[in-house]
Design a protein around this ligand. Structure first.
Ligand code: FBP
Length: 273
């Protein structure tokens, strides 16, 4: 396990990843609410906000855009991914090596594991190669631990999410990203199950500012180390204001209420929704 004390992807042990692999994972539909977001430059500009500790992108976006932002942002390079066009059993193609991630200047690498998929065995073997390759470059490994597949329909049940965080610990992730299991007690159990591996919450589809910040507050109080968020930031006309709020809740231990008051995020909701 890599302690993240010296890693730029964490600040005081807390993490806020701006996820932007949606062009691959979901396709153009995710850019429809704010069409300018199809341009990765807009996202890298957003990622220069102080709250963001790393931006998660795929190789092609990193190659084309990260060089212009490497002084202002940190790169979490996603090493596998699948498009929404794929209709088969859940799986994710490895499309980049740890060596190439290091060459591109990555500060960390990311990998999706679909526990419970019929392809879990191969995915775990691929993860082994990634995890050991990352160790050679001292790069932290973030696992997107998303149990899903033929036998798993509800991938956010508390027991499933605790199993997902445990997979991160067992397989050697430094940070495990999971969906919120729905209540603080279940999140606390999931974080305890992860042992020394940090657990971060996945942002999910866009909700209003209050609901979103309250869920983040619950997750943080339950032991989460932060958030990896895409749509709940970039699908807003004013992503800076929600990032102001997230900065307070994640790094300053503020309540959602305090963050809303201080950032004026809720005022922005009225114009966004
Ligand atoms: P969101 O905050 O938009 O949910 O992004 C987090 C993320 O994990 C992305 O990295 C990824 O593209 C997407 O969610 C996967 O979402 P889904 O659960 O639909 O596969």
């Amino acid at each position: 396990m890599l302690p993240l004390t010296d890693s730029p992807i964490a600040r005081d042990g807390k993490i806020l990843i701006l996820a932007y692999d949606h062009g691959l994972e979901h396709g153009p539909v995710d850019f429809e609410p704010v069409p300018e977001t199809m341009d990765p430059e807009r996202i890298f500009e957003t990622a220069t906000h102080d709250a963001v500790t790393a931006t998660a992108v795929q190789k092609g976006v990193a190659e084309a855009y990260y060089p212009s932002y490497e002084d202002e942002t940190n790169l979490l390079l996603k090493l596998n991914g699948t498009s929404n066009l794929w209709m088969g059993e859940h799986d994710s193609a490895v499309n980049c090596s740890t060596d190439y991630a290091a060459e591109l200047g990555a500060d960390a690498v990311g990998f999706t594991l679909y526990g419970g998929s019929n392809h879990e065995v191969e995915m775990a073997e691929e993860f082994r190669e990634i995890q050991e390759g990352a160790r050679e470059h001292d790069l932290p490994v973030v696992m997107w631990s998303y149990p899903r597949g033929q036998g798993l329909k509800n991938d956010t049940k508390p027991g499933v999410i605790s199993y997902a965080t445990r997979l991160g610990l067992e397989l050697g992730a430094d940070v495990t990203k999971v969906k919120y299991p729905g209540d603080p007690d279940s999140m606390e159990h999931a974080c305890a199950m992860a042992g020394k591996t940090k657990v971060i919450m996945s942002g999910g589809s866009k909700t209003d500012d209050r609901a979103f910040l309250e869920t983040v507050e619950e997750a943080m109080s339950a032991g989460a180390s932060g958030l990896a968020v895409g749509r709940n930031v970039f699908q807003r006309e004013d992503p800076e204001s929600i990032l102001d709020g997230l900065e307070q809740v994640i790094f300053e231990d503020a309540t959602a209420e305090e963050a809303l008051e201080a950032s004026g995020a809720e005022a922005a909701t009225a114009t966004d929704d």
